[in-house]
Design a protein around this ligand. Structure first.
Ligand SMILES: Cc1cc2nc3c(=O)[nH]c(=O)nc-3n(C[C@H](O)[C@H](O)[C@H](O)COP(=O)(O)OP(=O)(O)OC[C@H]3O[C@@H](n4cnc5c(N)ncnc54)[C@H](O)[C@@H]3O)c2cc1C
Length: 434
C-alpha cells in the first residue's frame, strides 16, 4: 500500500466499543477516519435502548477498576468516569447466605481480609480460599494446560459455599460462561488484574447513565470534532481491496485501511473476497455463543433493594441491580441472567413473571410491577472455553485489521477487551505510517 501511505484514510466498520475506540485512537493522531454502522444507534452490544419513556440499556453492564483502557478512553472523549460510574469496593452480597466485603487495605491484603471475614463460610473454607489465592499468586496466575474453571476449583478444594457464592458467580459474570465449561486461564488473568493488582482494580464500576452516553456517543462527537465521520444506518454489505484501496459496497470512495469492528458472528460475510483469510474464517465460524438476559421490572417508586447490586441464587436470576440507586429511576430493578440455561425455554412474559416471584420471596409484600420487559441478547458473547484460539488483529490481507471483543486477548468478551482491541488495531494502522 506504499503509494497510499501519505494519504491515509481509514474505514472503521462497526460502531460498538471496539470500533469507536479505534476511531478515537486514529482521530487523536489526526488520521482521517470514517465509521460505518449498520444500526441507527451507536454502541453495538453495549447500547442505549429507549423503553417506556426512559433511556435504558440493552443489558445491565458493569465495569471493574482494572478496565484501565476503557477508563482512559472515556476520559479522552470527555466522559468523566468518576462522575458517570458509581465506584463500589468489591462486595458480594447474597442476603442471609453469604457476604464478602473488601476493606480499604492495599492489595492483596484487601482480598485476604475479605476472604477471612466473609460471612457464610466456615473457617476451613476461608483458609482454603486464602490458600487458593496464594497458590495462584505463586504461579503468577498461569496454569500449564488450560482447563475448565470447575476443574481448577476442584483441584484446589474450592467447593461448597466458596464455589457457589464466590468463584462460580464471579466466573459466570466475568466470562459469561458457566464454571463447568469456562477457561480457567482467562479467569485467572482477570483474577490477577482485578484481585491482585492495585486495590482500586477490584472496585465495581456501575454506570450511572445509559451506555450510549458512557462512551460511544461522546466518542462519535470526538471523532466528528476531529474531522472524521460517523455514518449511522450505513450497513456495509461487501468489502474488497483494489489497487487503489479498500472498496465498501459499490461506493466511489477508497480507503487505505479497513478496520473490521463487527461482532464475531457478523464478520464472515465481509471476508468472502479474501481467499487468504479462509483459515481464520473457519476458526471464527466455530465459535460458540452464550446469551445474556436482562429483565427490567418497574415497581412503584418506594420499592428498593438494600444494595445497588445483590446476588441471587437458587432461581434463574443471578444479580439484581437497583436502578433507583444507580440512575435515580426509583422502583426500577434490572435482573440479570448470564450464560445459557433453562430460562431460555420460557417465553418473555413467563420469565418476567418468574423473576417477579423470585424477587417477591426476597421482598415480602412486593406489589406487581407497573411494567416489565425482557431483553434477550442471544449472542451476547462468545463462550470463553479452555484453549479457545482467537484471531489476531492483523490479518493476512495488507491494510485489513480486525477489532472486537473476540480478537486475541487475555480478557474474556468484555468492554475492556473490545476497547483494547480497537486501540491495538488503530496502533497497527498508525505503525504502517512510520
Ligand atoms: C446483555 C449484555 C451484557 C453484557 N455485560 C457486560 C458487562 O457487564 N461488562 C462487560 O465488560 N461486558 C459486558 N458485555 C459484553 C460487551 O457488551 C461486549 O464485549 C462489547 O460491547 C463488544 O463490543 P464490540 O465493539 O467488540 O462488538 P459489538 O458491540 O457487537 O459491535 C459491532 C458493531 O458492528 C455493527 N455491524 C455489524 N455488521 C455491520 C456491517 N456489515 N456494517 C456496518 N456495521 C455493522 C453492529 O451493528 C455493532 O454496532 C455484555 C454484553 C451483553 C450483550
Amino acid at each position: 500500500m506504499e503509494d497510499l501511505d501519505h494519504r491515509m484514510n481509514v474505514a472503521v466498520i462497526g460502531a460498538g466499543w471496539a470500533g469507536m475506540a479505534a476511531a478515537v485512537a486514529l482521530a487523536q493522531e489526526g488520521i482521517p477516519v470514517t465509521v460505518f454502522e449498520a444500526a441507527r444507534h451507536l454502541g453495538g452490544r453495549a447500547r442505549s435502548v429507549a423503553m417506556e419513556g426512559v433511556d435504558l440499556d440493552n443489558g445491565q453492564h458493569i465495569l471493574i477498576g482494572a478496565y484501565g483502557e476503557s477508563l482512559r478512553m472515556m476520559r479522552a472523549v470527555g466522559a468523566d468516569p468518576d462522575r458517570l460510574l458509581l465506584r463500589l469496593p468489591l462486595a458480594l452480597e447474597y442476603p442471609g447466605k453469604f457476604h464478602l466485603r473488601a476493606p480499604r487495605l492495599p492489595a492483596p491484603l484487601h482480598l485476604l481480609a475479605a476472604l477471612l471475614t466473609a460471612g457464610g463460610l466456615t473457617w476451613g473454607e476461608r483458609i482454603s480460599a486464602a490458600r487458593f489465592m496464594t497458590a495462584m499468586r505463586a504461579k503468577a496466575y498461569r496454569i500449564e494446560a488450560d482447563m475448565p474453571v470447575a476443574a481448577l476449583l476442584a483441584q484446589h478444594r474450592q467447593t461448597g459455599a466458596l464455589a457457589r457464592y464466590l468463584w462460580e458467580p464471579l466466573c459466570v459474570s466475568a466470562l459469561n460462561t458457566p464454571a463447568a465449561s469456562a477457561s480457567a486461564q482467562v479467569f485467572l488473568n482477570l483474577f490477577r488484574d482485578a484481585l491482585d493488582g492495585a486495590r482500586a482494580n477490584s472496585d465495581f464500576l456501575i454506570p450511572r447513565i445509559d451506555l450510549g452516553r458512557l462512551f460511544p456517543e461522546p466518542a462519535a462527537d470526538f471523532v466528528r470534532a476531529s474531522g472524521g465521520a460517523v455514518r449511522l444506518g450505513a450497513p456495509v454489505r461487501s468489502l474488497d481491496r483494489t489497487a487503489q484501496g479498500f472498496v465498501l459496497d459499490a461506493a466511489a470512495e477508497r480507503y487505505s485501511h479497513a478496520i473490521l469492528a463487527v461482532g464475531p458472528h457478523q464478520v464472515d460475510a465481509l471476508l468472502d473476497r479474501f481467499a487468504a483469510l479462509a483459515p481464520m474464517r473457519q476458526n471464527i465460524a466455530a465459535f460458540v455463543y452464550e446469551p445474556i438476559y436482562t429483565c427490567y421490572l418497574q415497581y412503584p417508586p418506594q420499592v428498593t433493594m438494600p444494595q445497588p447490586m445483590t446476588g441471587f441464587d437458587g432461581g434463574s436470576v443471578q444479580w439484581i441491580f437497583d436502578r433507583g440507586r444507580l440512575n435515580g429511576i426509583s422502583g426500577l430493578l434490572a435482573a440479570v441472567i448470564s450464560a445459557r440455561g433453562a430460562h431460555q425455554a420460557s417465553s418473555q412474559d413467563v420469565l418476567a413473571d418468574a423473576i417477579h416471584r423470585e424477587l417477591g420471596a426476597f421482598l415480602p409484600g412486593l406489589p406487581a410491577p407497573l411494567w416489565s420487559r425482557v431483553i434477550a441478547e442471544k449472542r451476547a458473547t462468545f463462550s470463553c472455553r479452555p484453549g479457545l484460539v482467537r484471531p489476531e488483529n492483523r490479518t493476512a490481507v495488507d491494510g485489513l485489521y480486525l477489532a472486537g471483543d473476540y480478537t486475541a486477548s487475555d480478557y474474556p468478551a468484555t468492554l475492556e477487551a473490545a476497547v483494547r482491541s480497537g486501540m491495538l488495531a488503530a496502533r497497527l494502522v498508525r505503525e504502517e505510517q512510520r
